[in-house]
Write a protein that binds this ligand. Structure first.
Ligand SMILES: Cc1ncc(COP(=O)(O)O)c(C=O)c1O
Length: 368
């Protein structure tokens, strides 16, 4: 496949556009896939590689999915409108400022569609979430990076971002940051937005926002027209498989959504489940509590350097990340090898239930 993608464009024959700068998204490996490969019982495996919710889906959302399953022959109109209304109330914005999408990834696509002209550049963190650069390339954009330095504990300071900034159209920040767990607070986001051109949009990805005690950057939308915030139902609400996320955008250009969104951007069941999940504080609290416990447990008991994390995962310096992740997998514990993030010496462990987290720590410690 790689050979095919990098081959010079032939004048005849059907082929896609030049995709040589594109890379495939590498998701954390699934239980079934690993079990099949290793000849193990999937039940015996612990999967802590994709930052999923160890406490499962919001039970209220599951109930709503069952209840509304018979109505999937209709397009999701009123449910999407209701969900935008509820989210608007929650974030104190207007419904038009809520850009519903097929996961947070879908919301990133819409922002890129709305902002990028062919050849525009975006600025993404390294290490960082791969999809920022991928979706910019899908939209004919180009990608520059700013470095988060290990010696600075991957701090996302205005200096680190603005030093690298060179007029890019979109600057991406992640708070809590994947895979390091570091954060950017609203003062620093405002400083970054101030330090960039008036035409530059600062996107703050808060996919893991519920697990953090730092206030959301959504409050900046009240006073600024150059900041957008990304949120998702995949993590704290446990609805990763349903694909539901959204961007919160400034009012002044919120109506661009109608011009760029895929019709019915979020499915009927996703919207119904989202509405129900928003009522399910108990599940969110349980998930957040569980994550707090697991993070502390990992800091205290892993026999290697860890970084303090505001997300539902902990980055650990284990020496040879790929070797440790491979060996852990043979012991039935799937963790994320972070070499695709450029962190060869690390692994990222998602917060599991108490039992899962204890097992993961014990396996990783035995491999150090
Ligand atoms: C930093 C970050 N942003 C966004 C996402 C996208 O999540 P989703 O598309 O499931 O909402 C993820 C998923 O892991 C993530 O880690």
């Amino acid at each position: 496949m790689d050979g095919y993608l990098t081959r010079a464009r032939q004048p005849s024959g059907m082929e896609p556009r030049d995709l040589s700068a594109h890379v495939a998204y590498e998701a954390g490996r699934g239980v079934e896939e690993v079990a099949r490969e290793l000849g193990l019982d999937p039940e015996s495996l612990v999967k802590l590689s994709s930052n999923e919710n160890a406490f499962g889906a919001s039970p209220r959302a599951v109930e709503a999915i069952r209840e509304f399953a018979p109505s999937v022959h209709t397009y999701p109109k009123s449910s999407a409108a209701d969900l935008r209304d509820r989210l608007a109330e929650r974030w104190e914005v207007t419904p038009s400022q809520v850009w519903l999408a097929n996961g947070g990834d879908g919301a990133l696509d819409y922002l890129a569609r709305a902002f990028l002209e062919p050849g525009d550049r975006v600025l993404v963190p390294r290490p960082g979430f791969a999809y920022y650069g991928m979706c910019a390339r899908y939209h004919h954009g180009e990608v520059a990076t700013y470095e988060l330095r290990e010696e600075d504990d991957f701090e996302q300071s205005p200096d680190a971002v603005l030093e690298a900034y060179d007029g890019e159209r979109i600057v991406y920040l992640t708070s809590p940051h994947n895979p390091t767990g570091s954060e950017v607070d609203p003062d620093d986001v405002a400083a970054i937005a101030e330090g960039t051109d008036a035409e530059t949009l600062v996107v703050v990805d808060e996919a893991y926002g519920e697990f953090s005690a730092t206030p959301s950057n959504a409050a900046l939308l009240e006073s600024r027209d150059d900041v957008a915030v990304l949120r998702t139902f995949s993590k704290a609400y446990g609805l990763a498989g349903l694909r539901l996320g959204y961007a919160l955008v400034p009012e002044s250009w919120a109506d661009a959504y109608a011009r760029v969104n895929t019709p019915f951007a979020a499915s009927e069941l996703a919207c119904r489940a989202g509405l129900a999940a928003l009522q399910d504080d108990e599940h969110v609290e349980r998930s957040v509590e569980g994550v707090r416990w697991a993070r502390e447990y990992m800091y205290d008991t892993l026999e290697c350097h860890t970084w303090e994390s505001a997300g539902n995962f902990v980055l650990c310096a284990v020496g040879d990340g790929t070797a440790v992740a491979d060996a852990a997998q043979h012991e039935g514990v799937i963790v994320r090898d972070t070499s695709s993030f450029g962190l060869e010496e690390c692994i990222r462990i998602t917060c599991g239930t108490r039992e899962e987290t204890r097992r993961a720590v014990s396996v990783v410690n035995s491999l150090l």
